[in-house]
Design a protein around this ligand. Structure first.
Ligand SMILES: [Zn+2]
Ligand SMILES: [Zn+2]
Length: 267
């Protein structure tokens, strides 16, 4: 990306962070919808939301050359933290040799990497308390394999050396960086955990996600849906007179001469 474009997107991120939340869709990343409220979690000392983690890991995996199975944060947390297997009943067993699983252990993100070929479950806690989770995670993993009738064998749990989270809120940021580094170079030691770097990383993640804006303008500012009424063939939409976004005619309740969308109205 050229310098000018990068500056533009950085400014857009800062603008988004400075505005009031209106619950509007701001980016579409693979199957994930990211709202202004999702981006808000990347600002300052926010705690990253599920959809930010899922969307960013989606971007990383898409770029990678080796086949990787990426688990949604909600699913990863069910399997490894809560030990629930019902969600997996219908899931076909993934072929990929590496599994990438963000896990919420109760207000804190950790990362679980599964190396199928090595029979290894790698637990990475940005705070460095891996020992707290390892036994439970290995047990839940074994139960999952049993429930899926998958080959058991002699599974090991381990961790990898890494820098430590410098604050109370950057666990999400760090597990994304650790996942990226693991896929690129196979270790985590090049990931800086300096406090200033956390802010840089938040901006970098937001910038990459905010670039995924294709088709965002097809969504109504007011209801966040593509179509107001699927039975209708014609969908009438009105463009805001203050920004480039569109609103369904039915959703645009009050306007006189000029139309101001819900988002602009709130500012
Ligand atoms: Zn609408
Ligand atoms: Zn507007």
């Amino acid at each position: 990306m050229d310098w000018m474009k990068k500056q533009m997107i950085t400014l857009n991120v800062l603008k988004l962070w400075s505005l009031k939340d209106s619950g509007q869709i701001e980016a579409l990343v693979g199957p994930y919808k990211l709202y202004d409220t999702s981006f808000r979690t990347l600002c300052g000392h926010g705690w990253l939301s599920d959809e930010i983690l899922d969307a960013y890991l989606h971007l990383i995996v898409e770029k990678g050359k080796i086949p990787i199975y990426r688990m949604d944060a909600v699913i990863g947390s069910s399997l490894f933290h809560l030990g629930q297997h019902r969600v997996f009943q219908k899931m076909a067993f993934p072929e990929a040799s590496i599994w990438l699983c963000p896990v919420n252990v109760g207000g804190h993100w950790i990362l679980v990497l599964v190396r199928m070929d090595h029979k290894e479950v790698i637990v990475i806690d940005p705070l460095g308390h891996e020992r707290t989770y390892q036994r439970r995670i290995l047990r839940n993993w074994r139960n999952f394999l049993r429930a899926k009738d998958a080959r058991q064998g002699n599974w090991k749990v381990k961790t990898l050396p890494h820098g430590l989270q410098p604050d109370a809120s950057s666990c999400g940021v760090l597990i994304l960086r650790f996942a990226e580094s693991f896929l690129q170079v196979g270790d985590l030691q090049s990931v800086s955990t300096a406090p200033a770097q956390m802010f840089q990383d938040r901006m970098d993640i937001a910038t990459k996600l905010l670039q995924c804006k294709d088709k965002v303008e097809d969504y109504c500012v007011s209801c966040n849906m593509l179509h107001y009424d699927t039975c209708k063939d014609v969908i009438e939409m009105i463009q805001c007179d203050f920004c480039p976004r569109w609103t369904h005619k039915e959703c645009a309740t009050h306007f006189v001469d000029l139309f101001k969308c819900k988002k602009c109205e709130l500012q």
